[in-house]
Design a protein. Structure first.
Length: 597
């Protein structure tokens, strides 16, 4: 009990902080005023001049406390006192001493005898003493090295650099920072200082790491190109750096220290994102999103909310997924149903006046679709047909269908079902509805992505399983893919099949090795090859041929149209749904379907 009381008494609180500085300000001000008297009279102060000492001190300390309080300096955490607070302390002193001077000029006879130069001397002494008191803790922290802290190298000079150093000195991070390396394009910063830490040229990186015990590097620049991050990653790893961290934006203002992720190394940031075009397309619209709880659907839902959709109607057959996105978007209307149930889906369209439909609902896991062929066909084809037909019947102004690169020359049931959905969307009579499809590759971090699987395998001690050493895939960040989908829809006029530029394909084995490097497990975890799974192919394609058309955006193309008599297609779909040999029907509808069981 006594120990708890003692511990509590030592714990800093706002009230204790105010009392601490208030008491010390009084004592220091008393000392500086006394010393000012001594300096003024060369340490031989006439006794008569002390007659008004305590009156002068009382007035000065009251004015100082009032102005220091008004500048909120008594509420500043001791270790965070910096230049901004120092300026405020200067102004507090300036105005308090000006106020005293004014009072003295009005009532000078009350203070007689008094030497006015004492005020100037005391102003300087008090400003120094009170400033030094407040900066002292930071000076002690910054000039002491805790042996338990890990030395870390700062890479890059940016707005985050000073924030990172300040946070480290205040004890928020378990790192000791004493070296900054400027990036190649930041040569103007070389040999300057941030928070008393020297900035070195990038060319000295190898020498600095070899002559020190750095095992951690922190990248503080957020706007680096992915290729630059890759090169920096390879360089740091080759020099023995085991831990690489970045300062990442958390929300709209705050930064946090995070491990460099595989998403950072693979991300492709389109330079032609036009948020104004997206906002003009979405703002004020009533938007229905199918598959709203999935990886793509949930991000589309968040983006539509962010771009000012008037109402969101979120449809999903997974109770948990719908609940999860509903928690993030409490104003959205949640509809728990399966898109293969035409009548239930029709009720939603009839009850809600919908402007835009974004169809993201689909079964996408290739081996699962192979093992559950009839369910995949029903959901991906019949479900898509239901959504398209109801959008047309309800005079929805625009409908967007999320497609996949696996629809190009498909080798699996999933890709073939998505190709048939594209065909139906392109050849149905849209009447008053503009219907478009948007095709893209894998998104980083989705529920069906290899990345969560590799993470789990690495964390469990390996091995990491890759199907084939030559397998490649396209990757894009989920938010950017979804924004490009909405951007493509904003320029659509109906009937287009848009293709997103996914950049260069990535070897899955290289991805696995980089993830192992990021976890510093190169010597512990091996990659093993397990062989292609049912329906998989080595390379994904985004275009059927090279006749794609450019749009006003360099990241968005239009694939050539594919004509299919709609009456025949409807009949073929009907036969497919009830066929005992669905593979044969799929091959008849999509002749390029080369099934790889």
């Amino acid at each position: 009990m006594i120990k708890d009381i003692f511990t509590y008494s030592l714990r800093p609180t706002p009230l204790k902080r105010v009392l601490f500085f208030l008491i010390l300000d009084v004592f220091l001000s008393l000392f500086t005023l006394y010393f000012a008297y001594e300096l003024r009279f060369n340490f031989q102060v006439p006794h008569s001049f002390y007659s008004s000492f305590f009156l002068i001190f009382s007035l000065l300390i009251l004015l100082k406390i009032a102005f220091i309080y008004s500048y909120k300096l008594y509420f500043t955490i001791w270790r965070f006192f910096a230049l901004t607070e120092a300026k405020r302390l200067f102004y507090a002193h300036l105005f308090s001493y000006l106020a005293f001077t004014l009072i003295y000029l009005l009532f000078s006879e009350v203070f007689a005898p008094f030497a006015r130069s004492i005020i100037i001397i005391d102003f300087l002494l008090s400003l120094f003493a009170l400033s030094f008191l407040r900066i002292s803790k930071r000076l002690i922290i910054e000039n002491s090295i805790d042996n338990s802290l890990k030395p870390a190298l700062i890479i890059g000079v940016g707005s985050n650099t000073s924030t990172l150093i300040k946070s480290a000195f205040s004890g928020e991070f378990d790192y000791y920072l004493n070296t900054i390396i400027a990036l190649p394009h930041q040569k103007d910063s070389v040999n300057t200082y941030i928070q008393n830490i020297k900035i070195h040229a990038f060319e000295s990186l190898t020498e600095i790491i070899e002559n020190s015990n750095f095992q951690t590097a922190i990248i503080t620049v957020n706007d680096l190109e992915t290729n630059d991050i890759k090169e920096l990653f390879e360089t740091l790893k080759s020099l023995g750096i085991k831990e690489i961290k970045t300062m990442k934006l958390l929300g709209s203002e705050h930064e946090k220290l995070s491990d460099l992720s595989i998403e950072d190394l693979l991300a492709r940031h389109p330079k032609d994102l036009d948020t104004k075009a997206i906002a003009s397309f979405i703002k004020g619209k009533r938007v229905l999103i199918t598959g709203a709880g999935g990886s793509i659907g949930s991000e589309i839902s968040r983006q539509c909310h962010a771009f000012g959709a008037k109402n969101l109607i979120l449809v999903d057959h997974s109770e948990y997924n719908l609940y999860a996105i509903g928690q993030q978007l409490p104003s959205a209307l949640l509809k728990l149903l399966n898109i293969t149930h035409y009548k239930k889906l029709e009720t939603v369209f009839n009850e809600e006046s919908i402007d835009v439909v974004i169809h993201a609902a689909a079964y996408k896991h290739v081996p699962l679709c192979e093992a559950n062929m009839n369910v995949a066909i029903e959901n991906n084809i019949l479900g898509s047909k239901n959504v398209i037909d109801l959008a047309i019947a309800s005079n929805v102004s625009k409908m967007v269908i999320i497609s996949t690169d696996k629809a190009v020359r498909p080798t699996n049931v999933m890709g073939c079902t998505k190709r048939i959905s594209e065909l139906y969307a392109q050849n149905i009579d849209p009447q008053n509805t503009e219907i478009v499809s948007v095709r893209f590759g894998n998104v980083l971090g989705s529920s069906g992505s290899v990345i969560p699987k590799f993470k789990e395998q690495i964390e469990n001690g390996g091995p990491v399983t890759v199907t084939h050493p030559e397998m490649t895939r396209f990757f894009m960040l989920i938010p950017e893919a979804c924004q490009l989908v909405l951007q493509a829809a904003s320029i659509a006029r109906g009937g287009e099949l848009f293709v997103l530029d996914m950049g260069e394909s990535v070897k899955i084995v290289d991805l696995a090795n980089k993830m192992i490097q990021l976890y510093n497990k190169e010597d512990e975890i091996k990659v093993i090859f397990t062989g292609l799974r049912p329906g998989e192919k080595l390379y994904e394609e985004l275009l059927i041929d090279e006749n794609e058309k450019k749009t006003i955006f360099e990241s968005i193309f239009i694939a050539p149209p594919s004509h299919y008599d709609i009456k025949t297609l409807k009949e073929d779909i009907k036969n497919l749904i009830s066929s005992p040999t669905p593979l044969e029907e799929l091959k008849r509808i999509v002749p390029e379907f080369n099934h790889n069981p």
